[in-house]
Design a protein around this ligand. Structure first.
Ligand SMILES: C[S@@+](CC[C@H](N)C(=O)[O-])C[C@H]1O[C@@H](n2cnc3c(N)ncnc32)[C@H](O)[C@@H]1O
Length: 262
């Protein structure tokens, strides 16, 4: 690990309102921080509704949401500590008391939150996981986890660049009869409504990059309902052609640009 990364990990341990416990930590005997049902009492010292950003990356969106709305408590969750450090550091500098960060796997949510403790969820630019549905953060596998921690009727927002994930998520919502409150395949070209105005108000780190690359941003908002029986949609979806697969990105991106020109 580089010295810079080591320094960030050390600082993460010292920040107020940063909590860390990965699946591997648990396997090696680390205690899970006793946060379930305690966030508002022990962390925020108020009774404001709790909003999660899942896969918060650098944490800039979580911090931005918290700056705009002090009537809610915001928790950014991601497994990558060196990225999350940026948002956590910013929250420390600005002494924002309505922001926390949790470094863990999203799959572990039920270990960290009590039933109904979460009011709202933002899922921002997740990897579309085109090969495996259970890894998609909008799959029924994850809906089941969300419903164990979230109140009935709470809002879930998805912002994505990916036509694949957008199509998949719409199909999943339709298959399971979730009430959809907003749906656009081009957020910034759609006239405002209260939900869309909110979704347009801030851009994430990745969102800015996708916009720069000429991608349109898709946005969905639905109400989570607690259901016993969830079904994966049975549809074939065309894969995104422009996606980065690590080091392969440059050539894929060049191919995509060439495709667009022809
Ligand atoms: C493409 S980045 C987007 C980051 C940020 N939301 C943004 O828009 O700038 C996806 C993030 O999700 C995180 N992530 C993906 N799957 C995860 C999981 N199962 N548990 C925790 N974090 C996850 C990754 O570590 C990564 O930081």
């Amino acid at each position: 690990m580089s010295k810079n990364k080591q320094k960030k990990f050390q600082e993460m341990k010292e920040f107020a309102r940063v909590y860390q416990c990965s699946f591997r930590d648990m396997q090696t005997g680390a205690q899970i921080p006793k946060l379930a049902g305690r966030w508002n009492v022990d962390v925020f010292a108020n009774d404001h509704p709790i909003v999660l950003e899942l896969g918060c990356g650098h944490g800039d969106y979580t911090v931005g949401l918290a700056r705009r709305d002090t009537s809610h408590n915001f928790i950014g969750i991601d497994i990558k500590g060196a990225r999350m450090w940026a948002g956590a550091k910013q929250a420390e500098i600005e002494q924002l008391t309505n922001v926390a960060f949790l470094r863990t796997q999203i799959e572990m949510l039920p270990h960290f939150f009590a039933p109904g403790e979460v009011d709202e969820i933002w899922i921002t630019f997740p990897d579309p996981q085109m090969k495996k549905a259970t890894k998609r953060l909008t799959s029924t596998f994850f809906m089941q986890r969300y419903q164990t921690v979230m109140r009935q009727g709470g809002l879930i927002h998805l912002k994505t660049d990916s036509p694949f994930l957008y199509t998949y998520t719409r199909a999943m919502l339709q298959e399971n009869n979730y009430p959809v409150l907003a749906d656009t395949d081009h957020l910034y070209a759609t006239p405002d409504s209260p939900l869309l105005t909110q979704a347009k108000a801030l851009q994430t780190h990745y969102e800015k990059q996708w916009i720069e690359r000429g991608m349109t941003i898709k946005y969905l908002c639905w109400q989570l309902q607690h259901k016993d029986d969830l079904h994966e949609p049975d549809i074939e979806i065309e894969k995104d052609t422009y996606r980065s697969y690590g080091r392969d990105y440059q050539s894929k991106s060049a191919e995509h640009k060439a495709e667009k020109l022809t």
